[in-house]
Ligand binder design. Sequence first.
Ligand code: GAL
Length: 335
Amino acid sequence: MRSFCHGEINEFIDWLDTDGNIINASDGGVIFADGKYHWYGMAFRPLPMNGGPCGGQMTDIGVVMYESCDLLNWKYEGVILEVSTDPKSELYAPLRFERPKIIYNEKTKQYVLWCHYVKYPGNHGNGIGECDMGLAVCDKINGKYKWLGFKRPIDNYGWVRDMTVYKDINKVAYLIYDRHTPDPILGDKTGGLQGDRCLYVVKLSDDYLSFTNEYKRISSAYYREAPVVVYKDGYYHIVTSGLTGWATNQAIAFRTKRLLDEWEKIGDPCVDDITHTTFNTQGTNAFLVDGTDTHIIMLERHNTSNFLKSSYIWLPIEFNEDNTVSLRYKKEWKI
Ligand code: GAL
């Protein structure tokens, strides 16, 4: 790849790895480690949504990783968190390791991977293992991650939907997730949109392997998901989407000076986005380009007729003088 190439906002452009294969790493992240960038995500199945009981949006491969020195040429490093063929295993596929995020713990010298885990057959639900946080660790960035099981933050009453994990400037880590609690009248039967949906921030333990009881409901981020966190000049910003499943919708950004404090709603960060669809994408993650001041937001244009043909939209985040963030669409660019 010579540049980040996105095309028009209704186009799906394939990004290929150095072997010429389509990069299949959904809703993950990029981490700089051992002098290289490592891009990881859940590998979708090559099936359309209506092509079987589970569709192409689950995985029967796992979480995969690619490495690069320049963010443009990505070499496939293989599966880092593998599914199992044993029906008794928690990793029996197809399942979902949705929105996996890796952070490094300096004290334990471990890479810690959290994801939104949805057990076989990978349908979002309300039962045990259908709306939980999955955890895996490795002592190498690109080794085989060891599965440590799944758990639920805060209490069992709140189902886990979209999530991210974020390590702040003081190396304290947080889970930010869409907590879904049942409708008080209809109870557990509603699924989908009913009930209470709100983003919460939960502080992780020092080893990043469990949740503490320090948490905050981001009351302003009601009915929001796909959280992406970026920090600059004293402010933490989150860019979020609305709740329309795979259909794109308008982004809203929030900001705070302290992650466990009140968050202020700022509005749509997308400039000239006349379609109000986040340029026909949904957020995934943000990362800092090593040795620069450039933060890149990773967005994804999901293709529900063939998830393998989803495309990656990476844009530089603009930081404004009033401490807000903006996103501007670029058909093509490079650093
Ligand atoms: C989206 C969400 C994705 C995935 C999808 C449907 O709204 O952001 O992570 O859960 O719905 O499965």
